[in-house]
Design a protein around this ligand. Structure first.
Ligand code: GCU
Length: 345
């Protein structure tokens, strides 16, 4: 049944977007987004599950603006933020059928459709943000974009989502033993669940929009995410113990429905690709600023921030051995190339 409501909602939104856009001068479906005076040849939908002021959403608006500029308004894209078109996996399913045209999604959600993508988000894989970007912007990143071919999805660009850390409602995680028995929310991703289980916790898969109330009611004891998400969706109010362990860098992707992609001329495809990549550079700059601001905000709000000691980090990392064995067995050569790219970083 999953996704059926979304199919309907997506269809209604798409239809209303087209009608609105066709009536010149009327603003589109997404909040605060103006549709220009010209009648566009294409009106597309773009799903984003973060708030309007979040770096990835601002990246989406930048993308829309660039596409509008370079196509002279022939291609109009309506951004629906805050998960209005459904949760990430439901939206990705819609992209495969052409019900929604674009999404910015976390690799954890995408890996359930294209499991090879797990390789790029393995725990403790990257030494730094620079290391990850060297990989994504180089040959390996290109190879993984191509892996999407045939999945119904067209990869456009990589977006930043920093490093993920754990946070809890009642006490901080300071050592491996603290994770034991804790019910920790994970994205709907096998790899994420395996990571938490390997640390001794109980993984509770759940969509992003349900986490705040699950933390508040005690259904879960903790979750994990980057600074901006922790702050933006106010998880820090109900889970004030944040442990900086940096267990994963999970990049994100801007994707287009392959179905929609194939409707476009080669020139328009090139414009879309170029604009997506430029918007990604913009998003990365915003990401750095927002991460710092979010960290400051939650510290000022009185949250307890614990840095995991090097010794404990080593224990967390060692616990990941079975996870690598299970999810990277056929890809150890790629893992070696990724590790090699980090030398000197
Ligand atoms: C990040 C990511 C979202 C994702 C979320 C989650 O915030 O940007 O796309 O949904 O993590 O934990 O579910």
């Amino acid at each position: 049944m999953k996704g059926q409501g979304t199919i309907f909602r997506g269809a209604v939104l798409l239809a209303s977007g087209i009608i609105l856009a066709a009536c010149s001068g009327i603003s589109g479906g997404a909040k605060g987004q103006d549709v220009p005076e010209t009648v566009p040849e294409f009106v597309f939908t773009y799903a984003e599950n973060q708030a309007e002021d979040y770096p990835t959403t601002k990246g989406a608006y930048k993308f829309v603006e660039l596409v509008r500029e370079r196509t002279g308004g022939r291609i109009e894209i309506l951004v629906y933020a805050e998960g209005e078109l459904g949760d990430e996996q439901a939206v990705v399913e819609q992209l495969q059928y052409g019900g929604i045209d674009f999404v910015r999604a976390s690799l954890s959600s995408l890996s359930e459709f294209v499991p090879e993508l797990n390789v790029l988000q393995m725990p403790y894989l990257y030494k730094s943000s620079g290391h990850m970007w060297k990989v994504l912007e180089g040959e390996i990143g290109e190879e993984f974009m191509e892996i999407l071919d045939g999945s119904g999805l067209t990869g456009l660009s990589w977006y930043d989502a920093g490093e993920r850390n754990f946070y809890c409602t009642k006490k901080p995680i300071e050592k491996l033993e603290d994770v034991k028995g804790m019910r920790i929310r994970v994205q709907e991703s096998e790899l994420m669940a395996a990571m938490v289980e390997a640390l001794g916790g109980t993984a509770v898969p759940m969509t992003y929009d349900k986490v705040y109330s699950a933390l508040e009611t005690g259904e879960i004891d903790g979750a994990e995410n980057n600074w901006p998400s922790y702050e933006s969706v106010r998880h820090y109010e109900v889970a004030p113990y944040y442990t900086v362990d940096g267990h994963m860098r999970v990049p994100e992707m801007q994707l287009m429905s392959q179905y929609t992609w194939e409707k476009l001329s080669a020139e328009d495809q090139e414009i879309i690709l170029q604009c997506a990549r430029e918007s990604a550079i913009y998003e990365r700059k915003l990401w750095v600023q927002r991460s710092e601001a979010s960290e400051r905000r939650v510290r000022n709000a009185g949250c307890t921030v614990v840095e995991l000691s090097d010794k404990e980090k080593e224990r967390f990392r060692d616990a990941m051995m079975p996870v690598y064995q299970k999810y990277c067995a056929g890809y150890m050569d790629v893992i070696e190339r990724i590790v090699a790219a980090g030398e000197g970083e």
